[in-house]
Design a protein around this ligand. Structure first.
Ligand code: 5GP
Length: 211
């Protein structure tokens, strides 16, 4: 069956563990999902590779991508630009893969405005204290950056009502399976199956005539 992919935006506070969830989802269901790789002007963290976690570009390069309209959306987040290159996303959707964008809330809302059938998921740790602990334990950011990220998390918490699903990341494996179920179930919605339904109706009609 040739089903079209769903565009899925996953947001969550920095430190919510959404990156890890997405990696697990892709490792387990490689044929089902494609993860969009964003462009950013932020510096790579230790271990991050250009073209894998992000396309790391200069501010000038990023602004050039904006001018050429190569991005579906972009946003500023804690002093850096982040944006989603369009081509890859569209190609993967056409090939039937569910494409996951792991982006923050301003970007999520822009994607939803441009593509209204986007599915929006929000991932949260069980509580704020746990969030702070995860950011500190990650050990890749300075105290001032952690403070900005926590303050940004507070702002983002005000926008959660715009999302379709809210998922708590307490147990990683359970959370991966929950996200997978939500996306799989989404394919069964009547609104996403109009062509198939129309097809079956037409076939049924021919039987009725032949009665
Ligand atoms: P980090 O610097 O921790 O990798 O990402 C910071 C924030 O930027 C995260 O909330 C992440 O989801 C978001 N982000 C990553 N890529 C994009 C993008 O292409 N567009 C937007 N709007 N946000 C992004």
């Amino acid at each position: 069956m040739n089903r079209k992919g769903i565009l899925v935006v996953v947001s969550g506070f920095s430190g919510s563990g959404k990156g890890t969830i997405m990696k697990r989802l892709l490792a387990e269901y490689a044929e089902t999902y494609a993860l969009s790789i964003s462009a950013t002007t932020r510096a790579p963290r230790p271990g991050e590779v250009h073209g894998k976690e992000y396309f790391f570009v200069s501010r000038e390069e990023f602004e050039e991508m904006i001018r050429r309209e190569e991005l579906i959306e972009y946003a500023r987040y804690v002093d850096n630009y982040y944006g989603t290159p369009r081509d890859y996303v569209i190609r993967q959707l056409e090939q039937g893969r569910d494409v996951i964008l792991e982006i923050e809330i301003q970007g999520a809302l822009k994607v939803k405005a441009a593509y209204p059938d986007t599915l929006l998921l929000f991932v949260s740790p069980p509580g704020a204290e746990e969030l702070r602990r995860r950011l500190v334990n990650r050990g890749t950011e300075e105290e001032a950056v952690i403070a900005s990220r926590l303050s940004r998390a507070w702002q983002e918490a005000q926008g959660v009502e715009n999302y379709d699903y809210f998922v708590i990341n307490d147990d990683l494996e359970a959370c991966v399976q929950e996200v997978h179920s939500i996306i799989s179930n989404e394919h069964a919605r009547v609104a996403r199956n109009h062509a198939l339904i129309e097809n079956i109706r037409t076939e049924l009609k021919s039987f009725v005539k032949g009665e």
